[in-house]
Ligand binder design. Sequence first.
Ligand SMILES: Cc1cc2nc3c(=O)[nH]c(=O)nc-3n(C[C@H](O)[C@H](O)[C@H](O)COP(=O)(O)OP(=O)(O)OC[C@H]3O[C@@H](n4cnc5c(N)ncnc54)[C@H](O)[C@@H]3O)c2cc1C
Length: 308
Amino acid sequence: MAGVIVVGAGVVGLSCAVRLLEAGHRVDVVARDLPLETTSSVAAALWYPYRAHPVERVTAWSRSTYTALGTLASDERTGVRMLAGTEVLHARTPDPWWKTAVPSLTRVESLPAPYPDGWTFVAPVVEMGVYLRWLVGEVDRLGGTLTRMALSALPDRADVVVNATGLGARRMAEDPSLTPVRGQVVYVEQVGLDRWWLDGSVPVYVVPRSRDIVVGGTDDEGEWDRRVDAAAASGILARATELVPELAGARVVGHRVGLRPVRPEVRLEVEQPAEGATRVVHCYGHGGAGVTLSWGCADEVARLVGPG
Ligand SMILES: Cc1cc2nc3c(=O)[nH]c(=O)nc-3n(C[C@H](O)[C@H](O)[C@H](O)COP(=O)(O)OP(=O)(O)OC[C@H]3O[C@@H](n4cnc5c(N)ncnc54)[C@H](O)[C@@H]3O)c2cc1C
């Protein structure tokens, strides 16, 4: 039985921990921020392969995650639901590159101006507060541990270390290609919305949850500031209300900001160790799609680590 340390308790680290525990490993998760304090807890979290590369691997990971989340949606304790929604487009557009990751995607011909094109599909929508708690419960149920610990370097005393530190990998893997892309969201009261809406060009997204609606967003390249910007929040609400008029007058119940860990390509690979050194599996740089890629990446990490 190999002892695995997973560094990071966002959606990526916790999903990896679950798959490694299921494969029979002893797993300890250590993280500076506990799950509800992570970027993952800010995610909207609509299944959508946004700002993650490369195309082939992202499509495959997204497809696996779609299936896994679809299965979890049958248990309401997970916080996962399958919801139909619409992506609006400002020009006639070919099918999306990730089309094969969803079971069906239908063109919508009758959208009002200014949208000449669009498509609709059923996608997993994940209520992250509920889901991250459920993932922690799974880690615990399967015999893993979760400990708060800020590290200055990856541990060197385990059989295997999984580096799931998100943006923290800039330091943990000395990887300057990882950059923050700041995203701000506004939470409004549920006004009876049961479909998601997306306009990727701005971006605008409206994602209904059980008690509230996540309304986004912003996409600020290289911006580290995690304070809520009141002017940005007004802009987000104004743009979203144009797309989804039912939001007009909805009561605002909260605001959050997160920093997407964007990288030219997701890094999921084994770093070949020097003789006798700890084997490291890197799994970070999921951009705006960490939830969307989570189970596909966790499956691959478990394959790379091997059987317990
Ligand atoms: C506004 C917004 C909306 C989003 N919407 C969606 C969406 O709809 N769908 C979707 O799929 N994705 C979405 N995302 C993207 C998604 O949130 C990220 O891709 C995802 O959270 C990355 O997960 P992660 O586990 O890699 O990183 P994180 O959640 O950031 O977790 C990293 C973990 O590593 C730990 N760590 C870092 N450094 C150290 C250290 N030195 N020592 C110990 N621990 C350390 C942290 O404490 C944390 O526990 C959104 C993001 C934002 C900001």
